[in-house]
Ligand binder design. Sequence first.
Ligand SMILES: NC(=O)c1ccc[n+]([C@@H]2O[C@H](COP(=O)([O-])OP(=O)(O)OC[C@H]3O[C@@H](n4cnc5c(N)ncnc54)[C@H](OP(=O)(O)O)[C@@H]3O)[C@@H](O)[C@H]2O)c1
Length: 259
Amino acid sequence: MSRVFITGSTDGLGLMASRLLAADGHSVTLHARSQARAADARAALPEADGVVTGDLSSIAGMREVAEQCNAAGRFHAVIHNAGVGYRERRRIQTEDGLAHVFAINVLAPYLLTALINRPDRLIYLSSGMHHGGNPDLTDPQWTHRQWNGTQAYSDSKLFDVWLAFAVARIWPDVLSNAVEPGWVRTKMGGPHATDDISLGPVTQAWLAVSDQPAATVTGEYFFHQEQVTVHPAARDIKIQDQLVGYCADLTGATLVSDW
Ligand SMILES: NC(=O)c1ccc[n+]([C@@H]2O[C@H](COP(=O)([O-])OP(=O)(O)OC[C@H]3O[C@@H](n4cnc5c(N)ncnc54)[C@H](OP(=O)(O)O)[C@@H]3O)[C@@H](O)[C@H]2O)c1
């Protein structure tokens, strides 16, 4: 039995992965942005061990989530699933002065990784759209460019791959991988999504707990339990480190290296 924490597990793929893990006898801790959503999550999965609350759009909220996780005890695996999509029509600025999509999709997984007691496995939800990500960090907050929600989302999902791969290098004792779940019908995916939703949560749940050789690798990018092609810049160590350093500067929290 593994203890697994899943961000953004009130709905969509996070809730589906939680259900799969709970049905297999694992201990699942859910996460919701607010007390009201925590009640919804509890009702959706009464078998869950607990619900951590905190809005991941603010650095203060990210810190609250990490504190509650650490108070709950060490997890074997953390699935960084919470995310917002590509349909924001304008640049939304968070209370920390960041682009909303960047804060939730990139900075939250970074800061939770840095602050939550180190698990054995980390899984970061990326997307096939990461292939359209812009592989540079010249304007991650969209303060110099005209807003483009699709590009901001694609960039954020490439950044998630950089983060997963950087963590795999920095912490060789942790299995850290990125997952593309397919385009599936959730609140984010929308009603026209064409991929098989039943397969959407499977890979991240499998990477969290399976002892199969294919699941116990690190620094890889998966789709439907198979390693698939990743953005050509994804393995660029220099830019991975640049992202990690940038997130450390924003939060004051570092990923302590093992070497
Ligand atoms: N669906 C797809 O086709 C697709 C494709 C590729 C990748 N993905 C990735 O898969 C992951 C899950 O997506 P999904 O389709 O399941 O999305 P979803 O149905 O919209 O669910 C997103 C989850 O994140 C939570 N969340 C959003 N903003 C938050 C915030 N500020 N603080 C705390 N929690 C927050 C949501 O909470 P509420 O329920 O309260 O809103 C919800 O639990 C995302 O990382 C996404 O990028 C999805």
